[in-house]
Design a protein around this ligand. Sequence first.
Ligand SMILES: Cc1cc2nc3c(=O)[nH]c(=O)nc-3n(C[C@H](O)[C@H](O)[C@H](O)COP(=O)(O)OP(=O)(O)OC[C@H]3O[C@@H](n4cnc5c(N)ncnc54)[C@H](O)[C@@H]3O)c2cc1C
Length: 399
Amino acid sequence: MSGTTVVVIGGGVIGLSAAYHLARRGVQATLLEKGAVGVGSSSRAGGIITGHLWSKTGLEARKVSLRIYHELSEELGEYGYCYQAVGCLNLFSGAAWPECEKLLPLYEACHVPYEILAADEIRHRWPLLRPEADALGLFDPLGGYSEPDEYIPALARKCRDLGVDIREGARVSGIVQAGGRLRGVCVEGELLEAERVVCTVHSWTNQLLGEAGRPLPIKSFVHQRYLTAPLPEAPNLPALNANPYAAYLRPAAGNRILVGGETADRPEFGRPAPGFSMTGLRAPGGFSERLRANARPLLPALERYRFEEERVGLICFTMDGEPILGAVPEIPGLFVGAAFHSGGFAYNPVAGKLLAELATAGETELDIAAFSPARFSLAATDAYLSSKLRQRDAFSRRH
Ligand SMILES: Cc1cc2nc3c(=O)[nH]c(=O)nc-3n(C[C@H](O)[C@H](O)[C@H](O)COP(=O)(O)OP(=O)(O)OC[C@H]3O[C@@H](n4cnc5c(N)ncnc54)[C@H](O)[C@@H]3O)c2cc1C
């Protein structure tokens, strides 16, 4: 396999992770990024990582992601990267808890660790938090967070050191096929030949796959997160999906707190143009103050520490809420990884590994039939893409 040429399109965390795992397998990989590495959603992510998902495939995949994150902490340590294993707490109101509780037998069957924490226990462990008396938390002791500003440059540097040819400012304008065979990709009017192509272009997926005759049912929505002014000391907090408060939060570099949230009423973003950049995206007026007000009863410290930085990007969902990862059946040699909802940062270590396995061995260690692009018919895809959704009507999956 070491003689095979593989092109990865997209320099977000999914593409970088695919390139890293390809290089680890001795493959000569070229990564093409139309802007700078990380410029898409990846640098805007909250970076919250949890193994607590809702499907068996998701749970098994995240177990691998968490293991790799812990390993990368060692491996990328020389580049200044460390996975922050502070745990991840999913908070529920008393009324919403029975729905969450239904997942626990699946967690048991998949050997996914968890602790159920009452409000008193949550206050005791993290005195900055003030959950309602009837709230319950499901704690993932292996979860935590990854700082995009540390992880992305560290992973890119590691890829380069492993021999990956990372080309920034290289926009792919098409996937090239001849006689039913994949020939490579077109970059600035030139054919770059490749035996395998891995497409990880997030919201731009249908730009390339639609033109290649295989659109996928993906919708994009604008999403935003904030950083507070620095606190006097590092805040003692877990990564936290504060569902009853329509917010999520975590400690952040520089003694700050990161807080994010969805804009449920916002219509879908539509299909970005090839040259679109996320740097022009903005949150709706007044949203940051509403988010701060929503989260303040849980975290009173937000009264004193205002938001100083906003980052806005896109999150992508499929019509069934699960990611897309697999071979594109109509174009042998083409693989796609996209639509990881608001959890692409958490998925990237395993997603890159699976894409590298597919591009080298044609099969994966995990059963990922539930993520296959082939699960969507063209008719259902067309119907989904013609509909117009708001964020609240799309599959709402957090991290
Ligand atoms: C505000 C916010 C908060 C989030 N919080 C979390 C979180 O807490 N936890 C979590 O797990 N996830 C989170 N996410 C989701 C996560 O950021 C994404 O799922 C993840 O970054 C997707 O990675 P990607 O590599 O697929 O996409 P991207 O990072 O967008 O990368 C795709 C890349 O492809 C490039 N590209 C596009 N078209 C072409 C072309 N034709 N040729 C060459 N290059 C091209 C783009 O420039 C881009 O850099 C959040 C997202 C946002 C916006």
